[in-house]
Design a protein. Structure first.
Length: 453
C-alpha cells in the first residue's frame, strides 16, 4: 500500500479519499502518538483544532474532534484560522499537538489534515509513519471522567493577531494595501491585523461561502489583485492562498513580486539591522539564480534544500537560521513562527515600505530575476535521471555554455513519470533554447517504451 501521508499531511477529495471515517481514525491514532505517548504529566493531552472555510471542513473537523475526545484528548476548537495561526496557538497554549484541516491552494472539493507536534512543529516522516501504523491498532477508549472535552477556543484569533502585531518593526500608517484573502482562512484575521497596524486596507476575496475558496482569487490568480491595486492607487497588494501560509505581492504598478524577491528584500533588511542569523537565507533549489547573486553581493549566503517548505524548515532548525522560504511565497520567520505565514510575511513586507519610505518596486530591485524556463517532460522513467550518461553529457554541455550566467536543474517528480527540466539564463531565448534541447534528450533517453524493450 502507498503511504497515506504526503508532503504536507493527508490530502485528497473530501468524501473520496478523505472520509469522516478516515478523519476519525487519523485523530484516534494521533491521540496516542502525539498525545498519550508524549504526555507525561498525568493530565489529559490537549489539542488545538482549526480549519479553513471549506464546507467539507465542518464534517471533517467534527470527525477529528470526536476521534480525539473519544480517545481522551481535550480539544480546543479554534474555528476558521490560517495554518500558521494553528501552529502558533499550539505553542502559545502549550498544547500537546494541533490539527489543521485544509487543502491550502487546492480547489474547494479537496481537503486535508495535517498535524503539528508540541511547540507547533511540523512532523518528521517517522512520526507520520507512527501515526499511520497506529491506525491499524485498537483505539484508546477511556470512559467516564477520562473522556476528552471539547471547548471553543474563544480568543484564538485575538491571540494570533496580538502576536503578529508584536513582530512589526514599524507601524503601517500611510500605507494603502489591497488584501486578497482567496476566500480562505485569512478572510477575518488578515484585514483586521493590517487595520490594527495602521494601514489603509482594501479587501477582496474575503467572502468565503464554503465553495469559493481559491476560485479565481488568491496567490494562484493574481489578476484581480493587480486590478484592485491599480484601481485604488495602493502602495502594494498582498495575496494569500486558502490556508494563508504563503504570500505573494504586487507593487503599485501591478507588477508581481514573488517569494524570491520578498525573501531578498527581507533578508537584506534583517542583515542591515543585525538580525539575520549568521547572514544566511535558506531557500530551495528552485529559487531563481538572481536571488543567490543579489544576496552574495549583499554579503548573505544561501543554504539550498530540496523543494518543499518542510525541507527548508529542517535546514533552518538544524542550522539555527531564522529566515527561509520558497519562490511560491512560503516564507518562514523562525523568530516568530514555526511554519510559513502569509499574513506575517505581508506585514513585514509592508513594514519595509513604511520604514524605508521606498516603494515596493524600488525595494524589489535588490535582485534581478533571471529568465527561468520550466518544462515538464511526461511519460519518462524518472528513476534514471541521475544514471543516464548521454543525459549527463548534455547537461554538462549546457552548464558549460551558460557558465556563471545561468544554471540547469533536472528534477524527477516524486510520484509521476515526469522529469522537470529547469533552465535559467541571462536572456529568455537562451533559456528556452537550452531547456527545449534538454527536454528532447530526456524524451529520447528516458522514454518508457525504450525501458520496456
Amino acid at each position: 500500500m502507498s503511504r497515506l501521508f504526503g508532503t504536507d499531511g493527508v490530502r485528497g477529495l473530501a468524501n473520496g479519499l478523505l472520509t469522516a471515517e478516515l478523519a476519525m481514525q487519523l485523530a484516534q491514532a494521533a491521540a496516542v502518538v502525539l498525545g498519550h505517548d508524549r504526555n507525561s504529566n498525568g493530565t489529559r493531552p490537549r489539542a488545538v483544532v482549526a480549519r479553513d472555510p471549506r464546507a467539507s471542513g465542518e464534517f471533517i473537523a467534527a470527525a477529528v474532534e470526536a476521534g480525539l475526545s473519544s480517545s481522551g484528548v481535550d480539544v480546543y476548537d479554534a474555528g476558521v484560522l490560517p495554518t500558521p495561526a494553528a501552529a502558533y496557538l499550539v505553542a502559545d497554549l502549550d498544547a500537546d499537538f494541533g490539527v489543521m484541516i485544509s487543502a491550502s491552494h487546492n480547489p474547494a472539493p479537496d481537503n486535508g489534515i495535517k498535524f503539528f507536534a508540541r511547540g507547533g512543529q511540523k512532523l518528521p516522516d517517522d512520526v507520520e509513519d507512527a501515526i499511520e501504523a497506529q491506525m491499524s491498532k485498537e483505539a484508546v477508549r477511556p470512559v467516564g471522567a477520562d473522556v476528552g472535552r471539547i471547548q471553543r477556543f474563544s480568543d484564538a484569533e485575538d491571540r494570533y493577531i496580538v502576536h503578529l502585531l508584536g513582530t512589526l518593526p514599524h507601524n503601517l500608517e500611510g500605507i494603502r494595501v489591497v488584501l486578497d484573502c482567496a476566500h480562505g482562512a485569512a478572510s477575518g484575521c488578515s484585514p483586521q491585523v493590517f487595520k490594527d497596524a495602521g494601514a489603509d486596507v482594501i479587501v477582496i476575496g474575503a467572502e468565503p461561502d464554503g465553495h469559493n475558496i481559491n476560485d479565481g482569487v488568491g496567490s494562484t490568480h493574481l489578476g484581480p489583485l493587480k486590478e484592485a491595486v491599480l484601481k485604488y492607487g495602493a502602495n502594494l497588494g498582498i495575496a494569500h492562498d486558502g490556508d494563508a501560509d504563503r504570500c505573494l505581492a504586487v507593487d503599485h504598478e501591478g507588477t508581481e513580486v514573488d517569494g524570491d524577491q520578498i525573501m531578498a528584500i527581507l533578508a537584506v533588511a534583517l542583515k542591515k539591522s543585525g538580525k539575520l542569523k549568521d547572514d544566511v537565507l535558506v531557500a530551495t533549489v528552485m529559487s531563481n539564480l538572481g536571488l543567490k547573486i543579489a544576496l552574495r553581493q549583499a554579503g548573505i549566503s544561501i543554504r539550498e534544500t530540496a523543494v518543499g517548505d518542510r525541507y527548508v524548515l529542517e535546514e533552518m532548525r538544524d542550522g539555527g537560521f531564522n529566515l527561509g522560504g520558497e519562490q511560491s511565497g512560503h516564507v518562514i520567520f523562525a523568530d516568530y513562527a514555526t511554519t510559513g505565514d502569509g499574513v506575517l510575511t505581508g506585514l513585514q513586507l509592508a513594514a519595509q515600505i513604511a520604514l524605508t519610505g521606498k516603494p515596493l518596486k524600488e525595494l524589489a530591485t535588490v535582485m534581478t530575476k533571471l529568465p527561468q524556463v520550466l518544462i515538464n517532460v511526461k511519460g519518462v522513467d524518472r528513476t534514471r535521471v541521475g544514471s543516464n550518461e548521454v543525459l549527463a553529457q548534455a547537461v554538462a554541455a549546457a552548464e558549460a555554455a551558460l557558465g556563471d550566467t545561468g544554471r540547469v536543474l533536472l528534477r524527477p517528480s516524486g510520484t509521476e513519470p515526469v522529469v522537470r527540466v529547469m533552465v535559467e539564463a541571462a536572456d529568455e531565448d537562451t533559456a528556452h533554447s537550452i531547456a527545449e534541447h534538454l527536454a528532447q534528450v530526456v524524451r529520447a533517453e528516458l522514454a518508457l517504451e525504450l525501458v520496456s524493450e
